[in-house]
Write a protein that binds this ligand. Structure first.
Ligand code: SAM
Length: 226
């Protein structure tokens, strides 16, 4: 799976791409991440990519020209132009179902905004898929792009050690519920012990306990999922 990230701050991604699961996936050729600095596409001699909003008001707006030029150039760098995604709080809310849909496409171009966001003509011309990572405002789209990449690569075959792990995850297809609680060693910590059933070796009983825990958690915390 290939990701092209278009941003004014490519350096934000350096720590992220070198972390364990992702860096292994990159090393094994399962994931490719190419970073592109939108500023390289500005014709402004001061390297500006933003300007004041028409109609007045606070903040700056990302200009249409460098963004469209950058996207079009990046789209040409592969056999497949990829799925263009704009990170924006006004987009479709991201959830696991959407992640499962997105992962069907082998290439994604992620457009990260800054300031007040993009000139509307970026959307009108390029028709990106507009995605929000939640009902709150971030300073830029980079954290959203990382959230998207992180959620998608878990579903790329070979990235996780055990594929079952992503199938059991909360919200996943086949498990629309919240996941059950996990325990590992030690068996006893400050008098808090691991539930006996998990030590029983009885796989049927363990599966049933986990299913009950999942249901109980979901009922208590996220009734909307039921
Ligand atoms: N003025 C915009 C609004 O009220 O909708 C917010 C702009 S925000 C400060 C700057 C950039 O951060 C956006 O262009 C977008 O790329 C990114 N961003 C902020 N919140 C986001 C969210 N919830 N989901 C995805 N991207 C977000």
């Amino acid at each position: 799976m290939r990701f092209d990230v278009l941003t004014l701050f490519p350096e934000i991604f350096s720590g992220y791409v070198s972390q364990s699961l992702l860096s292994k996936a990159i090393e094994n050729g399962l994931v490719q991440i190419d970073l592109h600095d939108i500023r390289k596409w500005t014709l402004d001699k001061h390297q500006r990519v933003d300007d004041r909003p028409y109609g007045g008001g606070p903040g700056m707006v990302m200009q249409v020209e460098p963004v469209v030029e950058c996207v079009e150039a990046v789209q040409k760098t592969g056999e497949n132009p990829g799925n263009l995604i704009m990170l924006t709080p006004t987009g479709k809310p991201l959830n696991q179902r959407l992640v499962e849909e997105l992962v069907q496409c082998p290439r994604h171009i992620l457009l990260c905004g800054r300031y007040e966001g993009f000139d509307q003509r970026v959307v009108d011309i390029l028709n990106p898929q507009e995605i929000s990572i939640g009902d709150y405002i971030l300073n830029g789209g980079e954290v959203g792009a990382m959230a998207l990449i992180d959620s998608m690569i878990r579903l790329v075959p070979g990235v996780l050690g055990d594929e079952q792990s992503s199938q059991d995850d909360s919200f996943s297809t086949g498990n629309r519920l919240l996941e059950f609680p996990h325990y590992t060693r030690p068996r006893d910590f400050r008098g808090r012990t691991v539930p006996e059933v998990l030590l029983s070796g009885d796989h049927g009983a363990i599966a049933q306990w986990r299913q009950e825990q999942s249901l109980q958690r979901t009922r208590e915390r996220r009734e909307d999922l039921l």
